[in-house]
Design a protein around this ligand. Structure first.
Ligand SMILES: O=C(O)CCC(=O)C(=O)O
Ligand SMILES: [Fe+2]
Length: 327
């Protein structure tokens, strides 16, 4: 019996040649790997569908991060060497600078394209220096592992009424601007929350306001909890439905992340003619609902919500600008 490698005629040879050719391109940037994706491996795709997230390591250097994080202490008005000046345990800072992800972190950009589809990403797709700094959240109590019982679980998107197909938050992203260690102020992720959220949104075609999710009931259905640790430059790309919570920072090592959403150019679709057109985000929702297709019919208008965060961050920004000017 001829082995596949000895088959130099017809399809076998052609397939092998194509594989070598694609490999020589690195399976990214110029062409797609055999999996059909720019950077995601088949294992990462399966991980995303099973656990709702993937980690893309080393998307930018520590030096590139430092250029943006260097001014954090001036902006905060705290002394990095004197913890007694760290007035707030965690701070959601406003943004001063925005920059294109495609140039700053091309690997992360390619992975977002793999998950969402490049033409479905609202442009410009930018990140910023709106750091979420965790200096010592819950440092006054003993460490608790991730579970449904720790506080703070939420779904991101405080600025719109949520529907099953909402385009406002197409992907949740955790960009690590510092090393993030176990017990050092990471983010907890409920990795099996796509199903509960998908069912809740499918049951509510009239939409759900950000404050209206029955969070304890939803997170109570979850058992797969992850602490999103990593190194500076790592990027967690998470399904927009994933419930998550700020973890304690009992180590009191300064932790900086950002959580920029990806906006979609159009609502998600769960009834596409050709199943190959479903994005991985849409496939994860269908898997969560346990169906191959779903005809979602919205029964209320989309609605923007202006969260209190906007006013708070405008005030913080003015204070930060005054400190930067005085420095
Ligand atoms: O600080 C964190 O780890 C999470 C923050 C977060 O989830 C948010 O601001 O929406
Ligand atoms: Fe969040």
């Amino acid at each position: 019996m001829a082995s596949p490698s000895s088959d130099n005629s017809g399809l076998g040879f052609g397939v092998r040649w194509a594989e070598l050719w694609v490999r020589s391109l690195g399976g990214s940037a110029y062409g797609r790997g055999m999996s059909g994706y720019r950077v995601l491996s088949d294992e990462q795709v399966e991980h995303f569908l099973d656990h709702g997230f993937v980690v893309i390591r080393e998307c930018f250097t520590a030096e590139a991060a430092a250029e943006l994080t260097d001014s954090v202490w001036t902006r905060l008005g705290y002394d990095p060497d004197d913890k007694s000046t760290w007035a707030a345990p965690s701070i959601h800072m406003p943004s001063h600078r925005r920059f294109p992800v495609q140039e700053f972190a091309p690997k992360a950009w390619d992975a977002v394209c793999d998950l969402v589809g490049e033409d479905r990403i609202e442009k410009p797709y930018q990140w910023s220096d709106a750091f979420i700094v965790n200096l010592g959240e819950g440092a006054d109590r003993p460490w608790q592992d991730a579970s449904a019982e720790v506080g703070g679980w939420h779904k991101d998107g405080d600025f719109f009424r949520h529907f099953l197909d909402s385009p406002e938050q197409g992907l949740l992203t955790l960009v690590l601007w510092s090393d993030v260690r176990h017990q050092g102020g990471a983010t907890f992720v409920a990795a099996d929350s796509v199903g509960p959220i998908a069912r809740h949104l499918a049951d509510h075609p009239e939409g759900v306001l950000p404050t209206e999710f029955p969070i304890m009931d939803l997170v109570g259905q979850c058992t797969d909890f992850v602490e999103a640790t990593g190194q500076v430059g790592d990027v967690y790309l998470l399904h927009p439905y994933l419930l998550h919570a700020k973890a304690q920072n009992v180590l009191r090592l300064p932790r900086y992340i950002t959580n920029p959403p990806v906006h979609l150019t159009e609502p998600m679709r769960f009834d596409r003619e050709d199943p190959a057109d479903f994005s991985l985000i849409e496939r994860a929702v269908l898997r969560g609902l346990g169906v191959d297709r779903y005809d979602f019919v919205r029964t209320a208008e989309r609605e923007a919500v202006v969260p209190e965060r906007v006013r708070r961050q405008a005030k913080l920004k003015a204070e930060e600008e005054a400190r930067l000017a005085a420095n």
